[in-house]
Design a protein around this ligand. Sequence first.
Ligand SMILES: Nc1ncnc2c1ncn2[C@@H]1O[C@H](COP(=O)(O)OP(=O)(O)OP(=O)(O)O)[C@@H](O)[C@H]1O
Ligand SMILES: [Mg+2]
Length: 224
Amino acid sequence: MHITVKNLNFLYSQKQVICDLSFDVLSGELLLILGRNGSGKTTLIKCILGLLPVNPNSIFIDDVDITSKKYVADVGYISQKDEFNFEFPITGKELIQFAKTNKNSPYTVMDVAKRLGITDIINQNINTLSGGQLQKVFIGRVLINDPSLLVFDEPTVGIDSTSVVHFYQIIEELLKDGKTIILVTHEPSLALPLKPKILTLNENGEYKKQRYEEYLAERGDDIV
Ligand SMILES: Nc1ncnc2c1ncn2[C@@H]1O[C@H](COP(=O)(O)OP(=O)(O)OP(=O)(O)O)[C@@H](O)[C@H]1O
Ligand SMILES: [Mg+2]
């Protein structure tokens, strides 16, 4: 899936959050969106996902203007803070199973649970899971649909360092499968070996586009 953003502007009432933003992401590419709190990262991904209204001819998915028709989104999204009723009596397994809407996806709950290393906790009620375990269940809800585009808003917050490394291994596999991935993060280091495109937003609606080599050169780092 190929995303093209062309001269995108977005305002909340009077406040311009995104200003004349253009970039593209191709199949098998990872886009990292960086920037300080309030710089517009979540706003941008909500525009791409069609959750906020944008002007015609500003966002194209596989060359189709997202405002031109109701496109059937082949997209998995993990929001920054999932609004969820944790008191609801349901297991992780059920939560993932009920999320499966793509009948063409080859994956079962157990495939996804194995991939995420959560087979041991999958039958627990979700209100007994730790924050990091629950986050993995939410990632499972995306993976089970085998979407072409995956959008993650700060997915590794609250996840231990071993699990974060594992998360990026999964991202690497998904990229090799040709998925398009957009990832908002405040901790880009572990994503850099995946050779991402990098988009850094700032609070004035301005932005900087870099290839990972340019970003590293600017930071003065080497890849770990
Ligand atoms: N629904 C809204 N109505 C009005 N202003 C909003 C709304 N949502 C966000 N904003 C403002 O838009 C700006 C960008 O917010 P956004 O949530 O996109 O930032 P962010 O980069 O995701 O920040 P963070 O790193 O804290 O998640 C902020 O100044 C925020 O206060
Ligand atoms: Mg945000």
